[in-house]
Write a protein that binds this ligand. Sequence first.
Ligand SMILES: [Fe+2]
Ligand SMILES: [Fe+2]
Length: 295
Amino acid sequence: MNAYRSIFAVGTAQERVENFETYFAFSTRHSGELIEADKDLVRKREKLKWFQDNPVRSNKPLANPDVFYRNYVEMHDDPKAMDKRTLLLTCVYKFARHEWVGITGAWDATPPIAKARTLEDKISRYHLAEEFCHVRLFHEMFRTMQLDKVEWVPLGPVMQAVYRTFPYFPGWMMDAPAFVTELMGIVFYRHLDGVLDEYFADEPEARDRMRALLREITVDEVAHAGQRRNFIGPMGTVFAKIIVRPLFKAFFKDIAGSELIFDIEQMIKDAQDFDYSMIESDMMDQSWVPSYCRS
Ligand SMILES: [Fe+2]
Ligand SMILES: [Fe+2]
């Protein structure tokens, strides 16, 4: 049984240098070689292909897929009046879309691996490629629900500009929010995993496939949170904990109807209290943790 300290535990400067090294060794082993032209990774591609070659499709997909397609990019209907399973899937799309827009902007701002000067640059490039793989796994989740027409739609011009400039912000400004958004990913995926049984009880095979895809993503996100955590020193760690609540509030306010499916207050609490014992040991065995978050 592994014991962990809070994810807000502080490491020394030397520990952080060493952790970047062990993280990058983990990342290349876990994801395989980077395929720059495709924003893809060899081992991730193999895993996705396995899911695609062994498809599971929902027997009873949504009662009315048009309601999903009308509301998945922008909410037009009243979420309270919407079938809950449909609403849940619109929330998943909206969450994943934010990831997709963020990484699309950041990819263009990050040097390719061949031109990376520092270990941190290499880590960032790998990290982004892993995020593109997440979007592909999300896409497979929608196909599992027989939603084959999902498209990845860019945000409006203002928000796109915000995301595009984000990677150019100095580290002291962007490291804490970048860490908290990864932490938000873990917490959201754990809560999503927690509601799958309730909403897909009559579809055990499709539910299990959704869960398998989600866990594939979560293992990476657990490692990402630790990696982004490793960019932050003592002051930034205090700042990160302070911004958990406002960031979660703002983010989920933007995902219409999310409060009808998810307990936002509990998600905030889970993030503030997070340590790695909240993740099942089979996922932890495949992931990575900063040394100073172990006890
Ligand atoms: Fe992700
Ligand atoms: Fe991530």
